[in-house]
Design a protein around this ligand. Structure first.
Ligand code: GLP
Length: 244
């Protein structure tokens, strides 16, 4: 059963999500966090930075695993998800950079890299708290419609819609990579707790399909219905199509 928390503003939902993350870290200082990129969690990361600076939230023993990376972008590329995480979170908190993991988009043997990414999550004891956004077609991480609900970390082709949605971060749509490496739906579902943040009208259909639709590969976020500890943290616009 997906728990729904709805807030008036993006600022409020971000604060609430950050509170859940900080509660987790204070309860277990060596927590393993699953982290997401995209614009949705940026407010949450800003609030975590504030909590670190003003309230001594300590990331010294935290380990993190990011969901995904564009295939072919090296970590230093301005639009890589590694750069995104450094700029939006890691550079501003006291996390040990060696304990932050983002899949490599440039590994020579991507299949081997994917396996070792899964193994590293396992060796760290599994993910305690996974943060997710949602794509406008209902994808989580880069698990596009059609992805198996027990899929693991692998290379995927991106949908045209996702390429269009993400083009705003690149100079031109032609610069957006057509493939990515992503944790699978099955990988994500193994996290002990999951929070999904979504804001804006553009996410309302995806949110309603995920929460109220059938569990289906056509909306990979719907697989979250089968998780025992999952909370959607929404603004009013993203929640607009929910029957609550
Ligand atoms: C990309 C990421 C997802 C993210 C989605 C939504 O596809 N791989 O993890 O949830 O974008 O992004 P945004 O939050 O910018 O709308």
């Amino acid at each position: 059963m997906i728990q729904i928390h709805t807030y008036d503003s993006y600022e409020d939902l971000s604060k609430h999500a950050a509170q859940l993350v900080s509660d987790q870290i204070r309860m277990k200082p060596d927590s393993v966090l699953g982290l997401a990129t995209g614009s949705s969690p940026v407010g949450l990361y800003k609030e975590l930075i504030r909590m670190h600076q003003e309230e001594d939230l300590d990331f010294a023993n935290v380990t993190s695993f990011n969901l995904d990376e564009y295939l072919g972008l090296n970590p230093e590329h301005a639009q890589s998800y590694r750069t995104f995480m450094n700029q939006n979170l890691f550079d501003h908190i006291n996390i040990e950079i060696v304990r932050t993991h983002v899949p490599s988009g440039i590994a020579e043997d991507i299949a081997a890299m994917a396996l070792s990414y899964e193994q590293a999550i396992h060796n760290a004891g599994g993910i305690d708290l996974q943060i997710l956004g949602i794509g406008s077609d209902g994808h989580i991480a880069f698990n596009e419609p059609g992805s198996a609900l027990d899929s693991r970390t692998r290379v995927v082709d991106l949908e045209e819609q996702t390429i269009r949605d993400n083009a705003r971060f690149f100079e031109s749509i032609d610069d957006v990579p057509r493939q990515a490496i992503t944790m699978g739906v099955g990988t994500i579902l193994e996290a002990r707790e999951i929070i999904l943040v979504a804001n804006g009208e553009g996410k309302s259909a995806a949110v309603s399909d995920a929460v109220q639709g059938d569990v289906s590969t056509q909306c990979t976020a719907s697989a979250l219905q089968n998780h025992s500890k999952i909370t959607f943290i929404l603004d009013k616009a993203a929640a607009a199509r929910l029957n609550i």
